[in-house]
Ligand binder design. Structure first.
Ligand SMILES: [Fe+2]
Length: 323
């Protein structure tokens, strides 16, 4: 995992304003110094790296703070610029989000920094609303094998798209939805690391620990942030199922907020299509089929129907084997 070094897309390294930090190339499992502190990163560097199909350089952990701050501040300008195509913008938003998630999972008290999460969601919205191919671009970047926190970003992007398909929402509500989705699994912080990283089957007691994450995340954010009720309900209820088979409270239908119902669909879909290591697993049409047939009744049918449109899948191409 690349938890120690931070990926920085080549496009976002703007020669004149990028902080003066050492940049590293990743070769195999190693990071090799590419540019030392004090040396300029020029256009020629960028072109040479691009022609060698290098998409990311890396920054060492001690520079994380300065880079994260810089990237978050420049993201809006970069996303509005005509200089970059959809894929480059996908990388920028992806990277900003990954840094943000990395930061709050290391320093949970920062999860209460509303201004910062708002800025991230605003940027994400700017990106998905301006580029009709946004989701494809973002997915191609996500499969680039930096698995950390990709899941939350994936769920958030899809939830924002599904909300815009299903409702006419005020901008503030959309931002609240985005924040709730970004933080939906924050309660995982309270699950012991040995349980989270245990390979193979979990014991019932370990499953019970994992199942506490919605309530733990909710309780933590309620006590340590001023998140809206829309965001908090997503964190607490994203594992509830419309037929009452979910957890922690076994809520049904309307007693689950609509945004939590939507987040649940996107969460399950992302878990079925991409595994914890960022590898693609089930193809989208099969994942949708599983959700509609094998998990029948678990999700709001109207939202699930609209979700098929969002991910651009129809049922016609399911191999006979699965029908
Ligand atoms: Fe979860």
């Amino acid at each position: 995992m690349d938890a120690t070094y931070i990926p920085v897309s080549i496009e976002s390294i703007e020669a004149a304003i990028f902080p003066d930090v050492a940049l590293y190339l990743k070769t195999g499992q190693n990071y090799v110094l590419y540019k030392s502190h004090g040396r300029d990163f020029s256009r020629v560097d960028a072109e040479r790296l691009s022609s060698n199909k290098v998409e990311f350089l890396f920054v060492s952990p001690e520079d994380m703070e300065v880079i994260t701050e810089h990237m978050e501040k420049s993201a809006e300008r970069l996303l509005k610029s005509d200089k970059y195509d959809g894929k480059a913008k996908g990388k920028i938003i992806y990277q900003t989000s990954i840094n943000f998630m990395g930061d709050i999972f290391t320093n949970p008290h920062k999860a209460g920094d509303l201004e910062r999460s708002q800025r991230l969601v605003e940027n994400l919205l700017l990106y998905v609303s301006k580029d009709p191919t946004a989701i494809t671009s973002l997915e191609s970047v996500m499969s680039h094998n930096f698995p950390t926190f990709v899941h939350s970003l994936h769920v958030t992007t899809l939830s924002l798209l599904l909300h815009s398909e299903a409702f006419l929402l005020s901008h503030d509500e959309v931002v609240d939805v985005g924040i709730g989705c970004i933080l939906h699994d924050i309660g995982m912080l309270f699950v012991p690391q040995e349980v989270l990283s245990k390979p193979g089957k979990l014991m019932p007691s370990e499953i019970a620990m994992i199942k506490k994450h919605p309530e733990e995340g909710f309780a933590y954010l309620q006590a340590n942030s001023s998140l809206s009720s829309v965001s908090l309900a997503i964190v607490r209820n994203h594992h509830e199922r419309n037929n009452g088979s979910g957890y922690p409270r076994g809520l049904k239908n309307e007693s689950i907020s609509r945004s939590a119902q939507i987040c649940a669909i996107c969460d399950v879909y992302c878990n079925l299509t991409v595994d914890r290591n960022g590898n693609k697993t089930l193809p989208p049409n099969i994942a949708l089929h599983v959700m509609k047939q094998e998990m029948k009744g678990a999700f709001n049918e109207r939202f699930l129907g609209l979700f098929e449109k969002v991910v651009g899948v129809d049922d016609d191409n399911i191999p006979e084997l699965l029908l």
